[in-house]
Design a protein around this ligand. Sequence first.
Ligand code: IPE
Ligand code: IPE
Ligand code: MG
Length: 233
Amino acid sequence: MNELSNTASTLPRHIAFIMDGNGRWAQKRGMPREYGHRFGVKAFRTVLEYCDKLGLEATTFYAFSTENWKRPRREVEAILKLMDTYLAECEKKIDEYAFRIVFLGDKSVFDEKRRARMIRLEELTAMRRRILNIALNYGGRDEIVNACNRLLSENRACVTTEDFEKVLYTKDSPEVDMIVRTGGDLRISNFLLWQAAYAELYFTDVLWPDFGTADVDAAIAEFSTRKRRFGGV
Ligand code: IPE
Ligand code: IPE
Ligand code: MG
């Protein structure tokens, strides 16, 4: 470890966002929850571009959890439709698209068309440097169980931490330095359970559709004040 590793005085390499508060944002405006998700996509675009401009190596966005299927069908369909629109656009402009897209989560629940597009986008962008992880049908517990099953299928007698990390959905990304949750709730909601081990946690009351570049700056400023000891002194 170098001297800098004790203090996060540099830019985080990887921030993961729990984009929470879309529904409340819409309800405050007397609108249906779907309206909030639409504006949530706008915030996602702004934050992604800004993090790229700042030079982050990877960003992760929690778009849909393994538990979010419990929501009314209409809302689930609206979220997936917004996702499809975004992905179709990425595909159309693939030559200009700057990111390596990686989907975190179990794709097998999606229909053939959506799954094929997800895989295509991952393949077409595989050579790009900057990573955009989209957590879709993602659950931290599911990720860990899925990793166990992958390792079991290899008939290993025992595994190391490194072996385990190689089969997590985040295997291509640098360590998560910070998890940012908008919307005011102080919980993880099954996000990046393994990766959260030494991530800095940052919570803000700002609802996701209102979250913008100044809020990213505030989170990074806070990050730079944290003393990261990783169990040391
Ligand atoms: C987060 O916003 C987006 C998803 C879970 C897809 P919510 O929809 O959870 O918004 P709130 O928390 O109900 O306000
Ligand atoms: C977490 O938000 C999931 C996403 C942002 C995709 P939720 O709104 O689903 O979390 P809970 O239900 O408040 O824990
Ligand atoms: Mg929520």
